[in-house]
Design a binder for this molecule. Structure first.
Ligand SMILES: CC(C)(COP(=O)(O)OP(=O)(O)OC[C@H]1O[C@@H](n2cnc3c(N)ncnc32)[C@H](O)[C@@H]1OP(=O)(O)O)[C@@H](O)C(=O)NCCC(=O)NCCS
Length: 239
């Protein structure tokens, strides 16, 4: 690993054992392009031409993919880039990737009946002075009002909903095949998960695909560590 990847850990984001999520911390100071060939990770031309920070986050994301795919029993698969930047998984696998300036996450699982897609996202907290200015492009007032502002100051509430919608987009993209506006899915409140806490209920106001009909409700799982929210959305056809 050298000094670039500083820590690795499996993360428990989704219920049940079907979904493997790995998180890598990385230190950009130790990034080198030679790590791509050392780790058998293909650097696509669009990334080769990008700035150092993008080459580093892409590498860390693909390293997390390798760990997750190996845990699934698939060795040395280099996850490519498809249309609209969507990651290209091995046949029979669904997954998702997210990164920020010092960490990367990958989630994978086998495609099985009833699974439409999976998406994960990590988002640093939106600053409290920025949140009111961008809120209307992310959520309607009624969505934000469903969060209790004593527990969820406005910027935290907005970050959580933003991240959950990005996760939703990544999970839905393989079925929808286009970019979505932020009102394509609505935050409808929390759902209790027994002893496991709560998840966000995400509702579709309009159909997005035959597998994603109007009114279907999907769960957004989440946790917060320091200044970042991590969210995950698992799209199931019986929702
Ligand atoms: C694509 C997008 C979700 C990425 O989110 P981000 O916070 O900027 O970045 P993250 O690090 O969390 O995620 C980046 C990863 O998302 C994945 N991703 C990008 N486009 C994707 C797509 N069309 N489908 C699925 N996954 C995609 C990629 O794996 C990418 O990493 P990589 O380029 O290193 O492979 C965001 O830039 C975007 O375009 N959003 C607009 C659409 C949207 O979210 N609408 C919400 C309405 S529901």
């Amino acid at each position: 690993m050298g000094n670039f990847i500083t820590a690795v850990r499996p993360v428990s984001l989704f219920p049940g054992g079907d979904w493997l999520v790995y998180e890598c911390q990385f230190d950009i100071h130790y990034f080198s392009d030679t790590l791509y060939s050392q780790w058998g990770i293909v650097c696509p031309p669009s990334v080769q031409q990008s700035v150092r920070s993008r080459r580093a986050e892409f590498l860390a994301g693909r390293y997390a993919c390798q760990l997750a795919l190996e845990a699934l029993g698939l060795e040395r698969w280099s996850v490519g880039i498809g249309p609209h930047r969507a990651p290209q998984w091995p046949p029979g696998v669904v997954g998702s990737i997210s990164h920020d300036s010092s960490s990367a996450l990958a989630c994978v699982g086998f495609k099985r009946e009833g699974v439409i897609g999976v998406g994960i996202d990590r988002e640093p907290l939106i600053e409290s002075d920025v949140a009111p200015r961008i809120a209307s492009s992310i959520a309607k007032p009624d969505e934000l009002e469903r969060l209790d502002y004593r527990q969820w100051p406005f910027n935290k509430a907005l970050t959580l909903i933003f991240s959950a919608k990005e996760s939703f987009f990544k999970a839905a993209y393989p079925s929808v095949g286009r970019y979505l506006d932020f009102d394509a899915v609505r935050f409808a409140g929390f759902q209790k998960r027994g002893d496991l806490g709560e998840c966000l209920a995400l509702v579709l106001p309009q159909a997005l695909a035959s597998s994603l009909p109007s009114g279907s409700t999907h769960c957004g799982y989440f946790y917060r560590v320091r200044n970042c929210f991590t969210t995950g959305v698992l799209l199931l056809s019986d929702s």
